[in-house]
Design a protein around this ligand. Structure first.
Ligand code: ADP
Ligand code: MG
Length: 152
């Protein structure tokens, strides 16, 4: 199964899915998160990052492009490229160096990375529905495939 689809009735279910995924993650791993503003990308990331041991808020790192978290089991970099104007900014920050062996990288708005980002293991896309959201996961790598197959 290289695709999974989840129906998320409310915010709590989105957080819970992030939490469930977190339990299966071993670095290195890269997740791309797409969907409109307000779809729930940061909400999902919050479930995941808090479940990995971060105590405190998880905000979209809109002004800094990336928010780092040093967690007990791994380092996490949470990117939000929504406001990225110039791809040179990515070169300047040494974007590729973030995607290292001991890290989980979560990227909101990866399409704004202008092809400068490494490919993800899993693409997650959130759609608005009349009630709640639909979250689709597409595995890109074999590691991503194994990961999403383990989700309940
Ligand atoms: P994004 O990062 O995609 O721009 P956020 O996670 O910041 O979106 O915001 C999602 C908003 O939608 C939150 O205000 C949240 O309360 C609301 N919401 C309503 N239903 C859901 C759902 N099923 N999953 C996630 N968020 C939801
Ligand atoms: Mg966001």
């Amino acid at each position: 199964m290289s695709q999974r689809v989840f129906s998320l009735t409310n915010e709590d279910e989105t957080v819970a899915l992030g939490r469930q995924l977190s339990a299966l993650i071993t670095p290195p791993l890269t997740l791309y998160l797409t969907g409109d503003l307000g779809a729930g990308k940061t909400t999902f990331s919050r479930g995941l990052i808090q479940s990995l041991g971060h105590q405190g808020a998880v905000k979209s790192p809109t002004y800094t492009l990336v928010e780092p978290y040093e967690l007990p089991s791994m380092r996490v970099f949470h990117f939000d490229l929504y406001r990225l104007m110039d791809p040179e900014e990515l070169e300047f920050m040494g974007i590729r160096d973030y995607f290292s062996d001991d890290c989980l990288c979560i990227v909101e708005w990866p399409d704004r990375g202008h092809g400068l980002l490494p490919e993800a293991d899993v693409h997650l896309h959130i759609d608005y529905m009349e009630e709640g959201r639909t979250l689709r996961m597409d595995a890109i790598t074999s590691k991503g495939k194994i990961l999403i197959e383990q989700l309940k």
